[in-house]
Every structure is written in structure tokens, then in C-alpha cells.
Design a binder for this molecule. Structure first.
Ligand SMILES: [Zn+2]
Length: 198
């Protein structure tokens, strides 16, 4: 009789340098620029350590700035096309808080901070996550133009779709630093891992 060897479980985790770094972070970051600075540090260190693409995200309690989770892109090392930084951060926050809904009853308002506008997939993940606030360093075609990463068919009314669902949006936080980091990534010649080897 033939045995079926299909994989039945999946583990995603941060690289060791990020696990170590998370321990050293201040538990509370009241200032939104400090939150983005932290995200940019992780995004830069991720590609420089060759542990994933130049993307990071973090979940905070919006009002207090208490850090809930950090995510970095893990697509290539995890053989997982969905292991984007936002998916990592949101899923780790949900695991940490033991809820699939970060906006559930009795929860403080949660904020996702990312070093660029979420891609087509992550935009959906943002909507389903229960976060109440999205902070990004930029949006639009600049990222694709610099790095070649495909961001997918982002909804043309994405800002309004966020607003409809009560998710506030803060854009262009540390924009220039984020763009400079993508330029550094592009200049490093590291691989861009779009599907279909595109
Ligand atoms: Zn994404």
C-alpha cells in the first residue's frame, strides 16, 4: 500500500538575529516615527543578513505604543510565497494575544506599521486582521520601479476601503529613509522573488 506523505503542518518564524533583536527593543514606543524607525531597521537587517526581502512590519497598541509583534519577510527561506512581513507581524500578534481578531471586544486599538503600502495579498490580510490603524512609509509605483517587486492588483480605492472599515491611514512616515533603503537593496543585486520567476 502506498503511503501518503503530504505535508500536514507549517511553521513560520523570525530569523535568529531578529529574535535576538526583539528582546532588546523598548517594550513601549510612544512616537510613531520611532515605530517606523524600528520597522526600517528590521527591513534593512533582513536583506543584509540574507534572511528575506527588504520588508518588515510591526504591530503596536496604537495609543500606548506597546510593541506586540515584529514581522520580517520570510518568503525565500521559508519556501512560502505568503510569508510577507505583514502576514508575519499580524499572525504573530494574533498568536501572542490568542485571538484572530485584533479589534475584538475589549481589545485596545492595534496599529500595523509597514515600510511600504501592503501588496494585494497583504491588503486583504490587513482588512481581516482587526487592526484599526495602518502606518506606511509610502505607496504607489516607486517601490516597484526601484526594486522590481510586484505589488499585485491593488484596489484603486484602497484608501476608501480602509476608511469604510474604520482603519485610519497615516502615510509617508520616514518616506525618504524607506526609499533610500529600497535603493540600497536594489544596488545590492540581491534576488527579487516574484512568482513565475518574473
Ligand atoms: Zn504583501
Amino acid at each position: 500500500m502506498q503511503t501518503n506523505t503530504t505535508v500536514t503542518q507549517l511553521t513560520l518564524q523570525l530569523p535568529q538575529w531578529a529574535i535576538d533583536k526583539v528582546q532588546e527593543l523598548p517594550p513601549v514606543m510612544p512616537d510613531v516615527e520611532q515605530r517606523m524607525e524600528t520597522v526600517l531597521f528590521f527591513a534593512g537587517a533582513n536583506f543584509k543578513n540574507d534572511t528575506g526581502g527588504p520588508f518588515a512590519a510591526a504591530v503596536f497598541e496604537e495609543a500606548s505604543g506597546r510593541l506586540v509583534s515584529i514581522g520580517v519577510n520570510r518568503v525565500v527561506p521559508s519556501n512560502c510565497s505568503t510569508a510577507h512581513a505583514e502576514i508575519m507581524a499580524l499572525s504573530l500578534a494574533q498568536a501572542q494575544l490568542q485571538t484572530y481578531d485584533l479589534g475584538g471586544p475589549g481589545m485596545p486599538s492595534h496599529q500595523l506599521v509597514v515600510n511600504w503600502c501592503p501588496c494585494a495579498m497583504c491588503f486583504g490580510a490587513v482588512l481581516w486582521s482587526g487592526i484599526r490603524s495602518l502606518v506606511i512609509a509610502g505607496a504607489g509605483s516607486q517601490l516597484e520601479a526601484i526594486t522590481g517587486f510586484d505589488e499585485g492588483p491593488i484596489h484603486p480605492q484602497w484608501r476608501q476601503e480602509l476608511e469604510k472599515r474604520g482603519i485610519t491611514l497615516l502615510e509617508d512616515v520616514l518616506h525618504e529613509q524607506a526609499v533610500a533603503q529600497f535603493e540600497e537593496f536594489a544596488a545590492s543585486g540581491r534576488p527579487v522573488y516574484n512568482a513565475r520567476l518574473g
